[in-house]
Design a protein around this ligand. Structure first.
Ligand code: AMP
Length: 423
């Protein structure tokens, strides 16, 4: 026997039963994105490695150890996208989207790839949907971005079980001031910091704030707060964002230790977490990235965005508020004898073209087995076709719930079912 091929560690098959949940979630996402006037963008799944090195940051976990990188036949260094902000910004610049409108509001959905240690809620191929607004530097855009994700949570009925954590890392001037004050605070304790934090002390000291090492955590608790180092413009921006969130009845918690893992953030950063999850409790993360477009070769255009992990969001939904998924079939056609398969095929094809959700048997099973299949697929009606019915141009239409049965002419079936389904 040839050996079975197993799927790669840390990736998932999404089977039809689960896919129904995905589709229900996707319907909500599309609906909300549409009401907030965000247009869908579908950038490629792989990009030049350079894009992520420059766009996400060499010093991040993603770029330094998690990327799926390879070179193609022409020896170009390529990477499966680990996130989509860099790709969206690359596309925005390359396609001159600012010429279409000075404010581009975009959303996306698709698989991302990171070589992390797999565990519940953390996979190597995982799906994100996200939104980016490129063009506005103003606090109302930050507030809208957050409101957009909150609206999705509300549609899903889980907003009360989720916490919005928010912080500001200010502009580059504020961050430079904070960097110094944080380094000064940490310097006497440098040798007791974890190895990673020691490495980050010079290159990216802010990341020490979200270190998971117990000793680092304790030290950092009394560290100076970035909020206290914001210059006037940054502090005003942040205060306005918070006021707008309050005006929109969006509860938040200020988290002084929130810095987020990516290098490109400026000003507002935020994360949504849920108690319904274990260690991997973040369902959405994002923030403002005013310098990224320029750093990737575009004009000096401010932007803000977020991304949410679909697998994790579905874990929360499943635990708290299961979704209404697609219901079963409208109709199942039961064919009494194999001699009439041809007219049966023609009939079901007609019904399908007319928009009925229907199925029939192609395994040439017994009547009883066909009936079982109709039941398994939760059909509301079965249509029974035999030689006799065929001669009269009718099917025996049976309501699966009530058991009522009547002969209905071929041409009348669609209207009758549609009427019953919509009532
Ligand atoms: P990030 O791009 O790291 O800010 O992540 C944004 C969101 O994507 C997180 O809040 C998670 O919901 C989700 N996410 C990130 N990494 C993974 C992963 N390895 N597996 C599953 N979901 C993930």
């Amino acid at each position: 026997m040839p050996q079975k091929v197993q799927r790669v560690k840390g990736v998932n098959d999404i089977l039809p039963v689960e896919a129904k949940q995905w589709q229900a979630l996707e319907r909500v996402v599309k609906h909300v994105m549409n009401s907030y006037a965000y247009g869908e963008i579908r950038p490629p799944i792989f990009e030049k490695t350079e894009l992520f090195a420059r766009g996400v940051g060499e010093d991040t976990d993603i770029v330094s150890k998690e990327m799926y990188s390879f070179s193609d036949m022409s020896k170009t260094a390529l990477t499966l996208r680990p996130e989509l902000t860099a790709g969206v910004v690359r596309s925005y610049i390359q396609n001159n989207l600012q010429q279409i409108s000075p404010l581009q509001k975009l959303w996306y959905e698709g698989p991302m790839f990171r070589q992390e240690r797999p565990q519940k809620g953390r996979y190597r191929q995982f799906w994100q949907f996200g939104a980016e607004a490129i063009g506005s530097p103003h606090p109302e855009q930050d507030a809208e971005m957050i409101a957009l994700f909150y609206a999705i949570l509300k549609e899903l009925g889980i907003e009360k079980s989720v916490t919005l954590k928010i912080n500001s890392v200010g502009d580059s001037e504020s961050r430079a001031i904070y960097r110094n004050s944080l380094q000064e605070y940490l310097r006497p304790h440098l040798s007791s910091l974890s190895e990673t934090s020691q490495q980050r002390f010079e290159s990216n000291p802010l990341r020490i704030l979200d270190s998971k090492a117990p000793n680092d955590k304790e030290l950092v608790r009394d560290a100076p707060k970035i909020r206290e180092c914001l210059n006037e413009a940054s502090a005003t921006h942040y205060a306005e964002v918070l006021k707008m969130l309050e005006a929109m009845d969006i509860p938040y918690v200020q988290d002084d230790l929130l810095v987020r893992g990516l290098d490109y953030y400026t000003h507002t950063i935020f994360e949504f977490t849920s108690d319904a999850l274990g260690a991997q409790d973040a369902i959405c993360g994002g923030g403002r990235y005013n310098d990224l477009v320029k750093e990737l070769g575009g004009q000096d255009v401010p932007a803000i965005g977020w991304a949410s992990g679909i697998e994790r969001l579905l874990l929360v939904v499943e635990a708290l508020q299961p979704m209404q998924t697609d219901s079963g079939l409208d109709l199942f056609l039961i064919v009494k004898s194999d001699e009439i398969r041809l007219p049966a095929s023609k009939l079901i094809n007609k019904w399908r073209s007319a928009g009925l959700k229907c199925d029939t048997d192609t395994l040439r099973r017994s009547m009883k087995a066909q009936m079982r299949e109709a039941n398994r697929q939760e059909a509301r009606y079965v249509a029974i076709l035999g030689e006799e019915e065929l001669g009269q141009g009718v099917v025996q239409l049976k309501n699966f719930d009530s058991g009522e049965q009547e002969a209905v002419a071929f041409e009348a079936v669609v209207t009758k079912i549609n009427k019953a389904v919509s009532s």
